[in-house]
Design a binder for this molecule. Structure first.
Ligand SMILES: [Zn+2]
Length: 568
């Protein structure tokens, strides 16, 4: 089998071949299907992973993984491939992975937005936010559009000398540009910085930055708190209007066994959790505590902090991020969902992203930070990448602006994704997060299915069913409170010739707790009431030797069966 390499990024065709290769090599453990077509008509692949010998995928609690919904965030696709390779090759030898595929299901979408990724990875080298569908304008708007004008495979920064420009060279490292003195009086040359590109309908004087032609952001197109263009740029005309988002949401609601999810993005080196739009004091307290517990485990496994988008990842103090994937899964479906932002060049360079008073400055850092941070980044990329992370300024005759220089941060290499030589080490721990997160799901178990003989042909039948998982069967308190999940059902099967005399053949048994939400061991005694367990009883009239069946099913905790031969 053709195994994926983790020292480079993969275009759509090889990615598809790797997925087909997994399916050919492990036919009982995985199956590949398309969940829909992209705007340009590419299949959006989803790999279903479980050991089919222990039951079909839909009868097991499941975990969702998607990647690369944002066009240039291609390292996440490699992360999804890494996860697939790890669980498929580890089955049978790694006990945790074996237990995972015997009892749970993974749904993995390695490339949610294949059109945008292809535009970035093929010879066009275009960097757009998400979908290739033009939005909100059908025509390209006037102004500067980023592009690779010198055709060297990189879209860099243009440095234009301008006596009124806001930037000047740093005295210690002239590659770096720093802000001029606000009071003026400093010595030039001064520069204006613009994205590498060409200006549509340039008037020879004024330069405006055009609204992106492909202006959608697919991770603003999900239903929860979706908002129109004026309030949320790129959100699309209505929730799930875009085929990629439509395919994902349809698959997820069609698979009620999904108990949790991670959507993989770049960059920042952080796990983000709901809400994007609300503070933590509006969060259901049980669910917040559970997410904080999960977050601590994630931090132990990856070194990534786990934070609220509202508190630690907003781009503007007066604005929130709306219509995103993880909020939708928590709020509308009542399952725990995370956005993992892979890779942090700042961390690689040894920059502390914590705020002095607590919290993090992931987004703030983009607006304002000390120039010492830039010097650290420059020194890091000089040492670790031989200077490929920052292109020293070189002259270029711009067809409209005249003599300019191209250079600056090589964002494609070091910001948008980990450089290829850092890729495998960066993505590897996140496969462990997925495995662990899938294994904390609820899981039904038949603890007992017994009969006591009351008379010649009369039997008292008892079933005891438990949730052996860490999370409750509802997964979240929100799901139970808002009836986003249906209850446990216990069904007794009585064959021809026997008769149910007492009890209902189908018993609705509510939700069962798990082991989550336990307070630390206290000094006043334990409180572990058996709320993880339920009992049902029936009176059955049947001849000895009759076989009864029990089916216990819950949309999020799986479906299990047992049988019992009377008098045996
Ligand atoms: Zn992203």
């Amino acid at each position: 089998m053709n195994k994926p390499a983790f020292d480079r990024f993969h275009r759509y065709e090889p990615l598809t071949e790797y997925l087909r290769g997994f399916e050919e090599a492990h036919p009982t453990l995985c199956s590949l299907a398309s969940i829909g077509r992209s705007h340009e008509g590419r299949e959006i692949w989803a790999m279903t992973v479980t050991n089919t010998a222990t039951g079909p995928a839909e009868d097991k609690p499941a975990f969702w993984v998607d990647a690369n919904i944002h066009a240039t965030e291609v390292a996440p696709s490699s992360c999804a491939l890494y996860l697939l390779a790890k669980v498929l090759e580890g089955y049978g030898s790694d006990p945790q992975i074996t237990r995972l595929l015997d009892t749970r299901t993974l749904y993995v979408v390695p490339r949610a937005n294949p059109d945008g990724a292809e535009l970035f990875l093929d010879e066009r080298h275009r960097r757009i936010r998400s979908s290739t569908r033009p939005y909100p304008f059908a025509e390209r708007q006037d102004g500067l559009h980023p592009s690779d004008i010198d055709r060297d495979g990189r879209v860099l920064t243009m440095r234009v000398q301008d006596p009124n420009g806001p930037w000047k060279a740093h005295p210690a490292d002239a590659r770096l540009l720093v802000a001029r003195d606000p009071a003026g009086g400093d010595v030039g040359p001064f520069y204006r910085l613009l994205p590498e590109g060409e200006i549509q309908n340039y008037d020879g004087v004024t330069i405006k930055l055009a609204r992106a032609y492909e202006g959608l952001d697919l991770n603003r197109n999900f239903p929860f708190e979706w908002a129109p263009e004026a309030e949320q740029v790129g959100a699309g005309p209505y929730p799930t209007s875009e085929p990629e988002v439509r395919a994902m949401t349809q698959f997820i609601v069609d698979h009620p066994n999904i108990t949790g999810a991670i959507t993989f993005h770049t960059m920042s080196g952080v796990y983000l959790r709901p809400y994007g739009t609300r503070p933590d004091d509006t969060f259901n307290a049980n669910d917040l505590w559970a997410m904080q517990d999960i977050g601590r485990a994630i931090t132990r496994m990856t070194g990534y902090p786990a934070v609220s988008v509202f508190h630690d990842f907003r781009y503007h103090p007066k604005e929130t991020i709306k219509g995103v994937f993880d909020d939708w899964l928590y709020e509308h479906l009542g399952v725990f969902a995370w956005t993992c932002e892979l890779w942090s060049p700042q961390r690689a360079a040894g920059i502390d992203m914590k705020k002095p008073g607590g919290g993090y400055r992931f987004t703030e850092w983009s607006r304002q930070h000390d120039v010492e941070d830039d010097l650290k980044l420059l020194a890091w990329q000089d040492a670790a990448l031989g200077g490929r992370g920052f292109v020293n300024w070189y002259p270029f005759p711009h067809p409209q602006l005249g003599a300019v220089e191209l250079g600056g941060w090589n964002a494609e290499l070091i910001w948008r994704n980990p450089p290829p030589e850092f890729l495998e080490a960066e993505i590897a721990p996140h496969a462990d997060v997925v495995i662990w997160h899938a294994l904390i799901s609820p899981l039904l178990n038949v603890r007992a299915f017994t009969a006591e003989r009351l008379g010649e042909r009369v039997w008292q039948v008892r079933a005891v069913v438990e949730n052996s998982g860490w999370l409750p069967t509802s997964v979240t308190t929100r799901a139970a409170e808002k009836k986003l999940v249906t209850p446990l059902e216990l069904s007794l099967g009585v064959p021809e010739g026997a008769r149910l005399r007492g009890g209902e053949a189908r018993v609705m048994a509510g939700q069962l707790d798990g082991r989550a939400q336990k307070w630390v061991m206290g000094v006043y005694g334990g409180s572990d009431a058996s709320t993880d367990r339920t009992r049902a009883e029936w009176t059955v009239e049947a001849a000895p030797g009759t076989t009864l069946t029990l089916e216990a099913k819950h949309p999020r905790a799986g479906r299990v069966r047992a049988s019992l031969t009377l008098g045996a």
